[in-house]
Design a protein around this ligand. Sequence first.
Ligand SMILES: Cc1cc2nc3c(=O)[nH]c(=O)nc-3n(C[C@H](O)[C@H](O)[C@H](O)COP(=O)(O)OP(=O)(O)OC[C@H]3O[C@@H](n4cnc5c(N)ncnc54)[C@H](O)[C@@H]3O)c2cc1C
Length: 415
Amino acid sequence: MTDIGAIDGSSPPRTIAVIGGGQAAGWIVKTLRKEGFDGRLVMVADEVHAPYERPPLSKAVLSGEAAVDTVSLVKPDDFAALNVECWQPDCATEIDRQRRLLRTARGRELEYDRLIIATGGAARRLEGAQAATKNLAYLRTLDDAVSLGSRMREIRHLLVIGGGWIGLEVAATARKLGVEVTVIEGASRLCARTVPPIVSEFLADLHRAQGVDLRIGVGLAALDDHPGDPRRVQATLADGTSIDADFAVAGIGLTPHTALAEAAGLAVQNGIVVDEFGVTDDPAIFACGDVANHMNAWLGRRVRLESWANAQNQAIATAKASIGIAAPYAEIPWFWSDQYDVNLQILGDVPMDSKPVIRGDLGARRASLFFLKDGAVRGVVAINAPRDLKLARKWMNQGREVDRERLMDTTVPLS
Ligand SMILES: Cc1cc2nc3c(=O)[nH]c(=O)nc-3n(C[C@H](O)[C@H](O)[C@H](O)COP(=O)(O)OP(=O)(O)OC[C@H]3O[C@@H](n4cnc5c(N)ncnc54)[C@H](O)[C@@H]3O)c2cc1C
């Protein structure tokens, strides 16, 4: 068994509480047991499902190609073997830091030695006139995906509000099911927060080629029941045009679940503020996954990431740190999206305003865009080019300088 210690010099933890039941929480409990923690482990989770992975929710689960049990992070028998007390469904409502006590909505109390917050976030909601209909859904949970998927199989025309990753993946899945799709994006381009204009244009071309009606640069003014049929919707855009559809789904970002931490007086700034070990400003409390704003040594700055890789790897590092195995989390941020026949991966720091070195052919939907700084690769967007990304990751970890001309020349193997 690994020597279980404590990073703040106090006695080893006997009770560890985890708030949340998503991907990060799943990796926390797995890691703690793997590393030899044999004390009491309690997971408070407000969803009924055992920890699961969300990426398939906008892809194969939504289309009905994958069964819901394929998303589980741990097989039921293996999860049972972890000996986790699952307080589920229950919701953590208060952290009493003085007494190291956690309270829940069902009236339970738990004294903890270490507390790990992995509460993720909720799909941001439309409000007021923009949400004056019941024919509107959001996509965050497995239950959301099942219900939206069955609705999508009944309709002819879907309105997607938001041209970010979730909205575009839902649009692609809907097209696969033969549903007509209109996407409304208020910003001047798609995925504007995460990719530069050249990639936004690529995505717009991709969706238009699949018959998606993209309305970019025009916001949603109102979303109502359709005046002629209350089972449908009618959207009014800021420019006065209106769109009729059978159903609407909004993918307009995520609100991290930080209220609990804030009420407990922990530092919160676009997520719960943690260091590279996942420690908050209270040494007994940790946070990781979508809810945490961590200091990333590779980027050299703080960041809150919403990605599968971060939910897994930051959770592993944080769980280890909570029992005194201190290995800083310093991974290069990595995210992927699947839309139609395109696998798009983003690695590292992708600036919005610099010109990338392009290898391959964007028009042919196979290209890698390298973003260089001082001769080294700092960011990559790989379109159907996973091997390029794998090699670039190696160079980026090494900080190795690259030759622009050779990068562009597809006759020269990258390796
Ligand atoms: C539809 C979809 C598709 C995605 N696709 C991709 C992709 O292709 N590639 C990629 O890299 N990433 C993707 N992601 C992102 C990735 O899935 C997330 O980054 C990851 O799930 C975050 O995990 P988490 O455990 O931090 O948070 P979550 O998964 O949000 O889990 C947090 C859990 O805690 C629960 N909770 C919150 N507050 C409390 C409380 N007070 N008490 C008890 N329980 C609480 C929540 O209900 C939730 O179940 C996708 C996400 C979604 C939603």
